[in-house]
Design a protein around this ligand. Structure first.
Ligand code: BTN
Length: 244
């Protein structure tokens, strides 16, 4: 797939812009919407995504698929894995927190917000990623959950454009493979990078469950073993942080 880049020095949110302009985007090319700063960056579960100027990657990968394309729910996990590969090539040791958070030293360095907009017979997928590159400790400490950046992990700053280019190349490659072959090719890599926390607290958006992380299933869903032995499977939700 070819790629068109659309960059804004400052914008409310790259995902919001893409959603509002989906009808203007190319149907057969990928559009990568990026910003130097977001004034209303959005995270999952209606949280804010702190997006100060010139420090981090704020990017939304936008492309069209047929409405009933199989496994589209796994695409954010594919992007999380692409991000893991890029960070590994930069000598980091990233881990995944289901479904698509990327962690370094047990703290979140990247998050993904996936949204869709239907347009006639197709769906516009908007897969937004925030990757903390040069965010300093003072700002990270103001975030209400454990957060880190490449700078905080190494003490040295990274070239944001270079990291973005690596991510873009890796994701385009992984996405093509995924669309041709499906999630099964990525599953063992995904499982290997999971943060292993036997006992977890899990919020499915309505209820907080406690149990043992039982499995990541072939479709990317998560199964929890409850104290009474029952296995419960989730396709949405999040693993809570210790103390949350
Ligand atoms: C999360 O982990 O809660 C998801 C965070 C996603 C942040 C990115 S930054 C680029 C894109 N635009 C947004 O407003 N959000 C996503």
């Amino acid at each position: 797939m070819e790629l068109i880049r659309r960059h804004f020095d400052i914008i409310d949110s790259t995902n919001t812009w893409a959603k509002n302009h989906a009808h203007t985007l190319s149907r057969d090319k990928m559009t990568l919407v990026t910003a130097g700063q977001q004034t209303a960056g959005r995270g999952r579960f209606k949280r804010a995504w702190i997006s100060p100027p010139g420090q981090n990657i704020y990017a939304s990968f936008c492309f069209f698929v047929e409405k009933h394309t199989k496994e589209i729910g796994n695409i954010p996990q594919i992007l999380a894995l692409s991000n893991v590969k890029v960070l590994e090539s930069l000598s980091f040791k990233p881990e995944l927190k289901w479904p698509n958070d990327v962690l370094l030293s047990g703290k979140k360095v990247a998050g993904i917000l996936a949204e869709t907009t239907p347009l006639s017979d197709q769906l516009c997928l908007i897969i937004g990623i925030g990757l903390n590159v040069n965010m300093p400790l003072e700002i990270l400490q103001g975030i209400d959950r454990p957060a880190t950046s490449l700078l905080a992990e190494t003490g040295s700053s990274h070239d944001i454009e270079k990291v973005l280019e690596m991510l873009q190349l890796q994701f385009m490659k992984d996405l093509d493979l995924f669309l041709d072959e499906g999630f099964h090719l990525f599953l063992s890599d995904y499982r290997q990078h999971m943060t292993y926390r036997k006992q977890i607290r899990f919020n499915d958006n309505r209820v907080v469950w406690e149990g043992e992380l039982h499995a990541i299933n072939a479709d990317g869903s998560l199964s929890l073993k409850l104290p009474d032995g029952e296995i419960k499977t989730f396709i949405v939700g999040e693993i809570l942080w210790p103390g949350e």
